[in-house]
Design a binder for this molecule. Structure first.
Ligand SMILES: Nc1ccn([C@@H]2O[C@H](COP(=O)(O)OP(=O)(O)OP(=O)(O)O)[C@@H](O)[C@H]2O)c(=O)n1
Ligand SMILES: C[C@](O)(CO)[C@H](O)COP(=O)(O)O
Length: 244
């Protein structure tokens, strides 16, 4: 259950300019149908239900010709920018857009287009319950974790890591606009490997808070994730139908 009201006046950045190489489909994965609706449409309509939302900035590829057909494309709270070659470039483009319009301390949540299943309870934990304004949803590792090396062309176990210190990063990831914008821009100028917002903040000495998120906030990446996400969404939005 949600314990309190959500922080208000925050923006959500949605990187949606990827090609979905691992999905191997006939179109970018954010436009594949889940329960009959494009993945990006499900993600955006989920975000639009979050209380206190100021707006969404979606980063799209320069040659995107699908987005304008989504119902959410016409929503007054949804803005679009052109993304870049990597996820971090797409996020930076959205932050450039916000940076000229919003105060530096505006809370920003960055959320993958490919994560349509995030629950409102998790957003509440990130916005209202996190102690730090710099935080991310993450999943504590529940399996035994192996670090690998390559021997004779094959992966072999080099050592077993202490899983008590291993978390799998999810999104949304949260930070004040000015701080995130500046860290991400400087990280990219240094050509650092930035796979999420926390990586950029860590590079400059920040320690984002890890907020435990639910396991079902999956990132739709491989073909088998489609059925999994559909099952999660069906249970979330039509529980009575599945309990019969
Ligand atoms: N240049 C890029 C690359 C990725 N993304 C977005 O970042 C999110 C997370 O990336 P990922 O799941 O890896 O998507 P893809 O890059 O499309 O997938 P793949 O790596 O399989 O090509 C996705 O919503 C994707 O659209 C983006 O906005 N701009
Ligand atoms: C940001 C992210 O979703 C955290 O798990 C992830 O790093 C983005 O996906 P990618 O496959 O690393 O591009």
């Amino acid at each position: 259950m949600i314990s309190g009201s959500l922080v208000s006046g925050y923006w959500v950045v949605v990187p949606a300019a990827g090609v979905g190489k691992r999905m191997g489909a006939d179109r970018p994965k954010q436009y594949l149908p889940l329960l009959g609706r494009p993945l990006l449409s499900l993600t955006l309509s989920n975000i639009l239900t979050w209380p206190g939302l100021s707006g969404i900035v979606v980063a799209l590829s320069a040659d995107d010709d699908h987005f304008s057909h989504l119902a959410e494309a016409k929503h007054p709270q949804v803005h679009r920018v052109t993304g870049g070659a990597e996820r971090a470039d797409s996020v930076l483009a959205a932050l450039d857009f916000l940076g000229t319009r919003e105060p530096q301390d505006t809370p920003v949540l960055v959320h993958d287009a490919a994560r349509p299943c995030v629950a409102l309870e998790d957003i509440s934990a990130l916005l209202d319950e996190a102690v730090s304004p710099v935080a991310l949803l993450a999943q504590p590792a529940s399996d035994t974790v192996k670090q690998s090396a390559i021997e004779q062309g094959c992966p072999v176990v080099e050592k077993t890591l202490d899983r008590n210190h291993i978390w799998l990063a999810q999104t949304p990831q949260r930070a004040p606009l000015g701080l995130l914008h500046s860290c991400l821009r400087r990280a990219l100028e240094q050509h650092a490997a930035i796979t999420d917002e926390a990586s950029a903040l860590e590079l400059f000495g920040h320690a984002p808070q890890l907020v435990p998120g639910q396991r079902d906030n999956i990132k739709v990446t491989h073909p088998s994730d489609i059925v999994l996400a559909e099952t999660i969404l069906r249970l979330r939005y039509a529980p009575t139908e599945d309990k019969r």
